[in-house]
Design a protein. Structure first.
Length: 428
């Protein structure tokens, strides 16, 4: 048979203040239940203990999360929060969650709850993580340690080594041991410097197809290697227990002296060569025409420079016999001369180069250099005529003949006596 339990009730904020033990009361506005406690006359309590609570809707609690590890409540934003979820609730031992969850869906099963959880933060303790949150550190002047693992796959413990560090401010990686690179890739770097040296001392620069070695200064290149050639700025000393040797299949060039007890080579580039020494006597050189005289430094016509060249760029076959033959390609061809002239004369010397053509009656030559001592005053003074320094020139590959002409730079007719030496350097 049905029975009805009648309880006291109140409205608004009214709550019962005295109830007989076991007597129930309810606040009809808030829905709060009260009962009279046993053993204390008229004592009222609102705390209840249930072995199981089921609901077709939501269950709400208004107090803060408990500290007994077994209270889960829904806060004002609708999220479930707790201090610690007791393992006994979820069928395991120990705490399984210590932070706030964004969303919890519970689907009852016969054995245990099925959870789909969106976590608002990271777990306090995790054995395996699929990812971590990284933060950029590009400028901190500090020592950080590069991490590594023992295996190539699977679960691995993160390890560090005090001998392998990195500084984000300097971008330097420091290894207390050596760096080993195997395979064809090698190690790529723009500069190599000893760690204990400053940035202004010895280093090796690896530029595009150019290796530069700086010793004692970062601005003085001591050794350079480029285009299969080695350049040494300074002295080169080759030493070994039995004496040093330099062997080269190509050229060895030096801007200074090369000292050796024995030098063996197919040829020596840069060796000074005297091409000709001449004593010139040219009479009645007409400067108004003008005339260009040529002559020879040997034979029966030696010293006689009275042959007038009709076209200094196209000497005839007979005139070409006065040319000087070049045994090989020359560089830095120079001339020094001392001249005397009748008063008012201005002797000038001209050098032309060209190539011999077999069986032809005319040569084709071109101007290379010229110089004059200016107008010679009265008296028997000697004047210098030099083609040196910036006036010196190199012969072309095809050049094998050299012509020297004498002219008068004034409109007068004068006689010249000139002593000349022509010299240069071997260029091949």
């Amino acid at each position: 048979m049905a029975s009805t339990i009648i309880i006291k009730n109140g409205t608004s904020s009214q709550s019962p203040t005295s109830l007989v033990a076991g007597e129930l009361g309810i606040n009809t506005t808030t829905g709060t239940l009260f009962y009279g406690t046993e053993g204390v006359s008229n004592k009222v309590s609102s705390s209840f203990t249930f072995s199981r609570v089921s609901s077709s809707g939501a269950i709400y609690m208004s107090q803060s999360a408990g500290t007994g590890n077994n209270v889960v409540i829904r806060d004002t934003s609708g999220k479930l929060i707790t201090d610690v979820i007791d393992g006994a609730v979820w069928g395991a031992t120990g705490a399984v969650l210590t932070t706030q969850m964004d969303e919890v869906e519970i689907e009852s099963t016969a054995t245990a709850p099925n959870w789909t959880v969106g976590i608002a933060s990271t777990a306090t303790t995790a054995t395996t993580a699929t990812n971590v949150t990284a933060t950029a550190n590009n400028t901190a002047n500090e020592t950080v340690y590069l991490t590594h693992v023992d295996g190539v796959s699977g679960g691995q413990g993160i390890e560090t080594d005090t001998g392998l560090t990195y500084n984000p401010a300097s971008n330097y990686i420091t290894a207390s041991g050596g760096i080993l690179a195997q395979g064809t890739a090698g190690i790529y770097a723009d500069k190599i410097r000893r760690a204990s040296d400053s940035s202004t001392t010895t280093l090796i620069k690896l530029n595009d197809e150019h290796v530069k070695i700086y010793a004692g200064s970062n601005t003085a290149e001591a050794i350079g290697v480029q285009n299969q050639a080695v350049k040494v700025s300074g002295s080169l000393h080759v030493e070994s227990p039995t004496g040093g040797h330099i062997t080269a299949s190509g050229d060895i060039s030096s801007s200074g002296a090369v000292e050796a007890s024995t030098v063996t080579a197919g040829s020596f580039i840069g060796t000074p060569i005297i091409l000709e020494q001449l004593s010139i006597y040219a009479t009645s050189v007409n400067g108004s025409t003008p005339e260009y005289r040529c002559g020879s430094g040997a034979g029966i016509e030696s010293g006689n420079w009275n042959a007038n060249i009709g076209d200094r760029e196209a000497p005839t076959a007979n005139e070409a016999l006065h040319g000087l033959l070049l045994p090989f390609k020359m560089k830095n061809i120079s001339l020094k001369a001392t001249a005397r002239s009748q008063a008012g004369g201005a002797p000038a010397l001209w050098l032309y180069t060209g190539s011999r053509v077999n069986g032809t009656s005319n040569y084709s030559v071109g101007w290379a250099a010229s110089a004059s001592c200016g107008v010679v005053g009265s008296g028997n003074g000697a004047y210098n005529i030099d083609i040196t320094g910036s006036l010196a020139f190199d012969t072309r590959t095809e050049d094998d003949t050299l012509f020297l002409y004498v002219s008068n730079q004034t409109a007068a007719t004068d006689t010249f006596r000139i002593t000349v030496i022509i010299y240069g350097e071997k260029a091949e």
